[in-house]
Design a protein around this ligand. Structure first.
Ligand code: ASP
Ligand code: MG
Length: 241
């Protein structure tokens, strides 16, 4: 069994949370081959964007991507350190080290190719979400919330059985549970229905990650970082696999 585990910004917002994530990965790695994809810590990407806007209202998009991509470099290194500190061999990789090749549409780049030969199997790879690199070596980003798409693309490249997207809710709900009191958690939702929800503004998954999963038939499980024993919501073509 091969699983790509993706953790969003709220799941790695501080060192305690990064340690919690390391424990979830350590446990999963006992029963599956895992690769990990991480977002920047907390609101780092917002803070970096605000810094650029203190200089100019219209930052150059190449430089903005160079700046925003740094958030993910921090979180992968810290998570690899946290895994190593509990005896789990892990190594961080950014898009340049791995070869996550995108087009040059800065700020909204699309992944063209991932060099899977760069992904080690003897240690757990902890890979930056959100980032890419053009054929000419420029750093790109996939657009806000893009690390869901990174995770699914990496899962497709690795022919993973599941792409587990860990977040601060424990699955996909019929409505936003923070707003609608009797919103119900779904055990299963089809790619088509999930895509509709994402396009209608459901924040739980980025629409592009859902369409990428559908294209490569990668089952996504939306799972809670703070309820790791729950299998969350399966997003797939059909319930039976
Ligand atoms: N760090 C990026 C963002 O905040 C990417 C992501 O979290 O998916 O948009
Ligand atoms: Mg997200």
């Amino acid at each position: 069994m091969k699983i790509v585990m993706k953790f969003g910004g709220t799941s790695v917002a501080d060192i305690e949370k990064i340690k919690n994530v390391a424990n979830i990965i350590a446990k999963q790695s006992k029963t599956a081959d895992v690769a990990v994809v991480v977002s920047a810590m907390g609101k780092t990407t917002n803070a970096l964007t605000a810094l650029a806007h203190q200089i100019t209202d219209k930052p150059n998009l190449r430089e903005l991507d160079a700046l925003l991509s740094t958030g993910e470099n921090t979180s992968v290194a810290l998570l690899a350190l946290a895994l190593n500190s509990i005896g789990v061999p892990a190594k961080s990789f950014n898009a340049m080290q791995l070869g996550i090749i995108t087009n040059d549409n800065f700020g909204d780049a699309e992944i063209m190719h991932i060099n899977t030969w760069g992904i080690p199997y003897e240690v757990i790879p902890v890979i930056t979400g959100f980032q890419g690199i053009t054929e000419h070596g420029d750093i790109t980003t996939l657009g806000r919330e893009g690390s869901d798409t990174s995770a699914v693309a990496i899962a497709a490249a690795l022919c993973a059985d599941y792409c587990d997207i860990y977040t601060d809710v424990d699955g996909v709900y019929t409505a936003d549970p923070n707003v609608v009191k009797d919103a119900k958690k779904l055990d299963f939702i089809s790619y088509d229905d999930m895509l509709k929800m994402a396009n209608n503004g459901a924040k739980v998954l980025h629409p592009h990650s859902v369409s990428t999963a559908q294209k490569y038939n990668i089952p996504i499980r939306v799972r809670g970082t703070f309820t790791p024993n729950d299998l969350g919501t399966l997003v797939a073509a059909s319930k039976q696999r």
